[in-house]
Design a protein. Structure first.
Length: 208
């Protein structure tokens, strides 16, 4: 049984897709052992509560500086010791120490086709604003392993989504969530839990 922790910052629709998939059996062999948010106001916490999943807040505001927050986050994850950490709209740069401690065992969903519209400053609606500004006809989402650099680790799954005339960032975001993100992230977790998708050290071996 794969024990997964899900890290969130906002609305938590990707978390909901995961919880629904565990309940319906689209994700098997997996237990969501913890939902953790850096943002006390995240609606994702309510979704975890409704599903009866342990959930907690670790807010940077409760720490004197960034380094203490990063240490606390890493230590909390080490104490939890999940097999997999899922970043589902977690808008915190993962500390290098935590990446080392969970090498190949942290996955992230990004709302574009990496390597387009990713890296520093590209998160949430900003990604879709940039895609529309550039005039791309196709965008999508990517699930990847998290490494030392932003949005740069091995790609596990990608799905393309059509950009339509008249799209606003909000409309495009919603279409990419519905058609790509909410499908890809549960599918990646199920693939990892059932040995179809390599993770840990094997994720890097595969990519080289
Ligand atoms: C999602 O679109 C996710 O792909 C994005 O934030 C949103 C969170 O929505 N993540 C990033 O931009 C990471 N760089 P949610 O809280 O409803 O799942």
């Amino acid at each position: 049984m794969l024990r997964a922790a899900v890290l969130v910052s906002g609305g938590g629709t990707n978390l909901q897709a995961i919880l629904d998939a565990v309940r319906s059996g689209k994700i098997t062999n997996t237990e969501i052992s913890l939902v953790l948010s850096n943002n006390p106001g995240a609606y994702a916490l309510k979704r975890a509560e409704n599903a009866g999943v342990p959930h907690e807040v670790l807010s940077p505001d409760s720490f004197p500086d960034r380094a203490s927050f990063e240490r606390a986050l890493t230590e909390r994850m080490q104490a939890e010791n999940p097999d997999l950490i899922v970043l589902a709209g977690f808008l915190v740069k993962i500390p290098a120490e935590m990446i080392r401690a969970f090498r190949g065992r942290i996955i992230n969903i990004h709302p574009s086709l990496i390597p387009s519209f990713c890296g520093r400053g590209f998160y949430g609606l900003k990604v879709h604003e940039a895609a529309l500004k550039r005039g791309v006809k196709v965008s999508g989402a990517t699930v990847h392993i998290v490494d030392e650099n932003l949005d740069s680790g091995p790609i596990l799954l990608q799905k393309a989504v059509e950009v339509k005339p008249g799209d606003t960032p909000e409309i495009l975001q919603r279409r990419i969530m519905e058609q790509a993100e909410w499908v890809l992230l549960p599918s990646a977790i199920d693939g990892i839990a059932n040995g179809r998708i390599p993770y840990g050290e094997a994720a890097f071996a595969e990519a080289e």
